[in-house]
Design a binder for this molecule. Structure first.
Ligand code: G6P
Ligand code: 1S3
Length: 682
């Protein structure tokens, strides 16, 4: 097919990733939350390609018959040669089409493909690395699919966007085989970055000096690194998720990204502010129930004066800043005690680790409180009944029914039993599960070192829940989103965080969060808002400060937060939630649109009137300025704005123009005094 013949305006889009309809981590969140805006733009011209994970696809995908002739012919041809596929609709907002390949049906060719990868791309693949084998088989199947697809589909241009190295093997193949598609590679982290940061190197100050091949070799990931680097270089357009990861990619992958595609969220706005505040209250009650059970026998702190902080994410102890979080909790505890604070902080650490089961103690805690609850309910009925009978029988001149006579002896015995069942000789536990490796677990060891043992005198209590949350959990029966809503603050002190969905999710739910200027999200917010802390976006400086100073800054933020009144917390939550439009895919997705425009331009320059390529990474120094009003609020700047406004892909001439961007205006502030719900204020 001659260059420029394909129809670029009526093009097709494929996105390739290993987390399509298969929840593993951040890429699943990207694809799932973005689906709505992408299908709104492309309709059935958009298909996601991924490996088939049967158990997850059973739940998330509804099988369909393909309608597009090229799709039908390609799937049939691959099925005829033994590759099993599942074509269908992903059952999420936007309902995008997905084509999932059963990679197990491609392993017959594994050795042949490994040899080919070495000869066409110089990428080695030593034996015994099943993750790499899977990436190779998936990559070859995707390249096979794309090659056949464009053979059948001769008219329309095809854009293929690949996410992360695990889906990147097809990229050098597309290039070598000259498959007539245009490609984008988006990396959500770099392999070397993740490994180096997890160790004890001064990563950011040495980025330009690393001997990348040697470092990858030392860590046994040279072949994986080759796939990642090969993918970055073979793509027509190379992008990443934040500026900090762009800088890292330039040095570690040796290609400067063409642009930054930040991650958005599918923001669902409530029509009134108080609705999300009510949800906070409802979810908080559920966390209160858990806390009462977990701390049975030691419930000497008032739920009204208790704040819930949490951190959550992939168990990368140093990269996700869990080390810094625990250290800062110990210092916060000391600070609150010294200041005679009447507040209590319960800090949750939600990191999936290897566990055997819930502990007996965790289960017992909930059971003990439930029995107490049931007993008191029964007593309530008895007392009510007695009071009613005494009142009916009452005549003028008699004494009023006396509350002392209302509790019967058997009620008292029942109550005594429950109270004695709550006696505990040990301290409330730190961890809710039996860990497979309790003695070596870094989180537990750090908690031991800092002696955060949940003593009554401690103002900071710790609960480590080493499993993802879900509403069927007998101990903490809440889904993650509901849990987040019920908390007061998320703390994500990351050292390595290309984007960071966790604080972004907090923001759209109106929960303040602390993040760092080493996370893509933190840098994005810092760029955009001068007075971010007023909006519940606290950013710890981990770039210019030493570790000790960063910890102290984190402690200051948390301590100041404990001193806020309820009204201040409510106001701040409103402000935080008002930022959520900033993170909506409706805005963030513009960078994806620009990347696709660029990919088309690069592959089919003849399809455009002018062949001058836009200026990538153009810089703007625009920033939402400090508010004129008191207290500070981000003011919409004059002109328009997207995340790309501060250095990312520039629009092509006949692509997007600035006028296409959505002007961002901070929603009007709602006065809490006007809320149709009672405020119990201090
Ligand atoms: C929401 C609810 C209020 C509740 C408040 C508690 O705003 O609508 O009814 O009083 O949350 O806030 P707090 O920060 O104490 O959890
Ligand atoms: C990566 O997942 P992670 O938690 O390993 O990709 C995410 C989605 O782009 C990103 O938010 C996160 O920072 C990266 O680290």
């Amino acid at each position: 097919m001659a260059e420029g013949v394909r129809d670029v305006s009526n093009h097709l889009l494929f996105e390739v990733a290993t987390e399509v309809a298969n929840r593993v981590g951040g890429i699943y969140s990207v694809l799932k939350s973005k689906a709505q805006v992408t299908t709104a733009e492309y309709g059935s011209a958009y298909t996601l390609l991924g490996p088939l994970n049967r158990s997850s696809a059973q739940v998330e995908v509804e099988e369909l018959e393909p309608k597009d002739p090229a799709m039908i012919a390609t799937i049939k041809s691959m099925n005829d040669r033994g590759i099993k596929t599942l074509y269908g609709r992903w059952l999420i907002d936007g309902a995008p089409r997905v084509l999932l390949f059963d990679t197990s049906t491609g392993y017959a060719w594994l050795d042949e493909w490994k040899g080919d990868l070495w000869s066409v791309a110089g990428i080695p693949s030593p034996p015994g690395d099943s993750e790499t084998n899977e990436a190779i088989v998936f990559g070859y199947i995707v390249a096979w699919f794309l090659g056949e697809f464009v053979y059948h589909e001769k008219k329309r241009a095809v854009i293929v966007q690949f996410h992360e190295w695990l889906a990147g093997v097809a990229l050098p193949l597309c290039k070598k085989r000259r498959i007539d598609v245009t490609t984008i590679f988006t990396t959500h982290a770099t392999l070397l970055g993740r490994y180096l940061c997890a160790g004890s190197v001064d990563f950011y100050n040495n980025l330009q000096y690393f001997d990348v091949d040697a470092e990858a070799g030392k860590r046994g990931i040279y072949h994986r690194y080759c796939i990642e680097r090969g993918a970055a270089h073979a793509a027509d357009v190379f992008t990443t998720v934040s500026h900090i990861t762009a800088y890292e990619s330039e040095h570690l992958l040796k290609r400067k990204p063409d642009g930054v595609l930040p991650n958005g969220l599918n923001v669902k706005k409530f029509s009134a502010t108080h609705e999300f505040q009510n949800l906070h209250q409802v979810a908080k009650q559920k966390i209160n129930d858990f806390v009462r059970g977990h701390f049975y026998g030691h419930n000497d702190f008032d739920p009204e004066n208790t704040l819930y902080f949490f951190t959550a994410g992939r168990y990368e102890y140093r990269n996700k800043g869990v080390d810094m979080f625990i250290e800062s909790l110990a210092r916060l505890n000391h600070r609150m005690k010294s200041a005679g604070s009447n507040m209590t902080v319960v800090a949750f650490i939600i990191l999936p680790a290897q566990t055997q089961s819930l502990t007996v103690e965790a289960l017992k805690g909930q059971a003990v409180i439930k029995s107490l609850h049931d007993t008191i309910k029964a007593i309530e009925v008895n007392v009510g009944q007695k009071l009613f009978e005494r009142s009916i029988a009452w005549t003028d001149g008699q004494d009023m029914p006396d509350d002392k006579d209302l509790l019967s002896a058997s009620d008292k015995i029942m109550l005594r039993r429950r109270l004695f069942a709550m006696k505990r000789n040990s301290l409330p536990p730190i961890v809710t599960h039996n860990m497979l490796n309790d003695a070596e677990d870094p989180v537990l060891n750090q908690i031991r070192r800092c002696q955060l043992f949940n003593h009554s005198s401690d103002r900071v209590k710790v609960v480590f829940h080493p499993e993802f949350l879900n509403s069927a959990n007998p101990v903490l029966p809440l889904d993650y989103d509901d849990f987040v809503r019920g908390t007061h603050m998320g703390v994500f002190a990351s050292y390595y965080e290309p984007w960071g969905y966790t604080p972004a999710e907090c923001t759209v739910m109106g929960v303040p969060s602390i993040t760092t200027n080493l996370s893509g999200f933190g840098c994005y917010m810092e760029e955009l808002i001068e007075n971010a802390a007023d909006y519940g976006i606290y950013i710890v400086d981990r770039r210019m400060k030493g570790v000790d100073d960063s910890v102290n800054q984190l402690v200051d933020y948390m301590f100041e937060f404990t001193r806020k009144s309820k009204r201040q917390r409510i106001n701040q939550r409103n402000r935080t939630e008002r930022l959520s439009d900033l993170l909506d895919w409706k805005r963030m997705g513009m960078e994806y649109v620009k990347a696709r425009q660029l990919a088309l331009r690069r592959a089919y320059p003849n399809a455009y009137d002018e062949d001058e390529e836009p200026d990538f990474f153009g810089s703007h120094d625009a920033k939402i300025s400090r508010p004129l009003s008191e207290p500070g609020s981000p003011r919409d700047r004059s002109g328009m704005m997207t995340p790309g406004d501060f250095a990312s892909l520039q629009e092509g001439r006949e692509g997007l123009s600035t006028e296409d961007y959505i002007a961002w205006k901070l929603p009007e502030e709602e006065d809490p005094d006007d809320y149709p719900f009672p405020l119990t204020l201090k």
